[in-house]
Design a binder for this molecule. Structure first.
Ligand code: SF4
Length: 358
């Protein structure tokens, strides 16, 4: 029933979408226009660019322009008022982007505010002890992110005198800053016209432009994101893709009936992806990594290994010593924990915490 309603809506809205395109013909800046020879060369067999061009069809400019227009208009009307959308400060945007990796907006907001109240500038973060940074990161999880953020802050202060490099290619060289985060900071703080994607953006681009059966690889997604990036309004376009992916075009339940792209999308009315059967979190290695960091946060002077084992799992015994050492060595490699021998026993603590005085 719903699917039938959607298909009728598609037929109707395709017309309105294309007449909208007609009105936009003069606004060349909305589309990433290419010449015919560029389009032909993009179809080289086997290239990502060729595959994207093939899937987009022979005359995709109208669809691209209409999607750009509709999505940005929707974003202007509907965007949530989020703290990191009220600033162009690259430090604050970097903090938000790192926190938003793996964590939902609603959970991030209180941590973001507490973190910035304690470390309001990149200099404040760079000069803090790593143990304190991890402690303030608190229960946000994936504590490795705090370590990378701290290392990036130190590099910005030591190598760049506290001023952020303003281009993606330079931002990408910071510790723990990948192509996506560098793109987001370059675009949202410095206004660079740059395409980037994470799983949310990739899902929207794939569904809208390639259709439900498409399974593009990384290079194809790079090419597609570049291909549909407006010549201006990159900030709003990238924010709008994120907003749509988070609120309307979710992985499991796309809400096509209220989607601004309903009449322009190649996947309208299709089912969401089924839930991935992940392993149980409780009892997993990641679970215990989080527990260990939480315990060490409460004991800045460090905890001897066996005592730590008993604090993180009720069934701890000498048979679990090797397991505990393995988990701790992984945490130490990621910069989250320091291991030291003191008075004949091993002690674990957060990096930069005070030494044990017993
Ligand atoms: S919600 Fe539906 S119509 Fe909107 S982009 Fe996603 S699949 Fe397409």
């Amino acid at each position: 029933m719903f699917r039938a309603r959607i298909l009728v809506a598609v037929a109707e809205q395709m017309d309105s979408g294309l007449s909208e395109v007609g009105m936009l013909d003069g606004a060349a800046s909305w589309a990433g226009e290419r010449t015919t020879s560029e389009r032909l060369s993009m179809r080289r067999e086997g290239s990502a660019a060729g595959q994207v061009a093939e899937r987009l069809g022979q005359s995709p400019e109208e669809q691209i322009r209409a999607v750009q227009r509709r999505l940005v208009d929707w974003y202007r009307r509907e965007a949530r008022d989020l703290p990191w959308r009220r600033t162009r400060d690259p430090y604050r945007i970097l903090v938000s982007e790192v926190m938003l990796q793996q964590t939902q907006v609603e959970r991030v907001i209180p941590y973001y505010e507490v973190f910035l109240a304690r470390f309001p500038t990149v200099e404040a973060l760079a000069s803090a002890a790593l143990a304190e940074v991890i402690a303030v990161w608190g229960g946000l999880g994936y504590n490795r992110r705090a370590v990378y953020l701290w290392r990036a802050a130190r590099e910005i202060v030591e190598r760049w005198g506290g001023r952020f490099p303003g281009e993606r290619r330079l931002l990408e060289r910071l510790p723990g800053v990948g192509r996506y985060t560098a793109g987001a900071v370059a675009c949202f703080a410095f206004g660079e016209r740059v395409a980037f994607w994470d799983t949310n953006i990739a899902r929207v681009l794939r569904r809208v432009f390639l259709g439900p059966e498409a399974r593009p690889g990384r290079r194809e997604l790079d090419e597609l994101a570049e291909r549909v990036l407006p010549l201006d309004r990159a900030y709003e376009w990238n924010q709008a893709l994120m907003e749509l992916g988070a609120r309307i075009c979710s992985a499991r339940r796309p809400r096509c009936e209220i989607c601004p792209l309903c009449g322009l999308c190649r996947s309208v009315g299709t089912e969401g992806e089924s839930r991935r059967r992940g392993g149980r979190f409780e009892g997993s290695r990641r679970y215990y990594r989080g527990r260990i960091v939480a315990v060490l946060r409460q004991h800045p002077r460090g905890v001897p290994l066996d005592e730590l084992g008993r604090l993180v799992r009720a069934d701890y015994g000498c048979q679990a010593r090797d397991w505990l050492r393995g988990v701790l060595e992984g945490l130490a490699r990621d910069g989250l924990v320091e291991l030291a021998e003191e008075r004949g026993e091993y002690v674990a603590r957060l990096p930069g915490s005070e030494a044990t005085e017993r």
